[in-house]
Design a protein around this ligand. Sequence first.
Ligand code: SF4
Length: 437
Amino acid sequence: MLDPWSYSETDDYSHLMEEFGIEPFDPAMVSDPDTQPRLFKERIVFGHRGFEYVSRRIKRGEPFAIMSGLMPSGRMHLGHKMVIDQISYLQEFGARVFVGIADLESYATRNMPLKKARELAIGSYVRNYLALGIGKEGLEVYFQSRRKEVKDLALLLGKKVNLSTMRAIYGFTDQTNMGHMNAPLLQAGDILHPQLKLGPIPVVVPVGIDQDPHMRLCRDLASSFRTYNATETSDGRIGVFVKVDDDVEGRLRRAKASLEKEGFLDFKMIPAYKALYLTGASRSDLIPMDEAMAGVEAEEGEYGFLPPASTYHRFIKGLTGEKMSSSKPETAIFLDDAPEEAAGKLMKAVTGGRETAEQQRREGGRPDICSVFETMLFHTVKEEKEIQRIKEECLSGERLCGQCKREAVEYMRGFLGELKDKRDETEHLLNIFISEE
Ligand code: SF4
């Protein structure tokens, strides 16, 4: 069981992927891998659910949305930045970005007062989101406690799930408070509510694997509100099936009309099976068929939720070798650290160096397990040639850790200084992007 509120790290991602049915993420689903930022190239994003819907939209230049939740609970560090970098990159393909501040969840699960959550969210999180480049067109930041659609949706979604399922997914006990039990429904409300505003649209949620229980629940809830199912049958036929009992023939006729507009021509309708088979269609047609059916549902006044997609990223190790954590300042560089503080932490950081300088000169270092190298690779060294030079010098033994750390400190100084300037420059945009409803 994965616990979204107190997950302890693992390196065994393939086991989790197999256990929970997460698909491997192919960077080509977004764009040419050679042109991508390092977090994609280096396979930090390793898995997904349902990203094919988003990929299809990206390739066709059609709209999609990104949902990112943040639970204000401490200062932002470089681990948080990696999610922002991912969102910022996907935003370049025209995505609308919703950032939901989970202040109600923070209250229910971390005992954080709403007022304090608000101050922390605006003063630290949103400022850094903007400074790191997300403050472009199409961004909307909101608070769970103020967004009526999210809270209403959470209540409606609650009708489709019972306590036994919630216990099985989250391990809730008799002592779990009801606010905490409601938090996953609020999250599902967050994730699905862009489709109330924009109509059926693929929405991707970039998360760590510990958040997968929320995605599984939310995808099931989205599906339970659908009235059509586009699928391949066990005997290999492709079709659309009506999931409800009323007006089956009418629904099948409307499905057929919509699919004809999408260019499908050959149908066999069997109302007794609630089925509309598409002769000549293949598995690759299922997504456009599902999108068309969601459109029909929306026209009929239903939700027509497309299944929300997720991407999963690895957790970057902390500077001390353990999990990066806001509650252990020595493990992480915070985005508002003074350069001297960051320098002190980097100089004490765990590296991939050898036991002695002589051994390192002889055998070379191990940048792949070095937290100092990671800070340069993912955050501070932009030039490809430069990072390659550092890596090669490390591997060959030409570079020793003391000198390397001093260089890393200088890069970090530049990065933190630039980020601070950006925070100051974008401060005036806060009110533009923060919605009070
Ligand atoms: Fe890490 Fe640099 Fe040491 Fe290599 S030389 S292990 S990159 S600190």
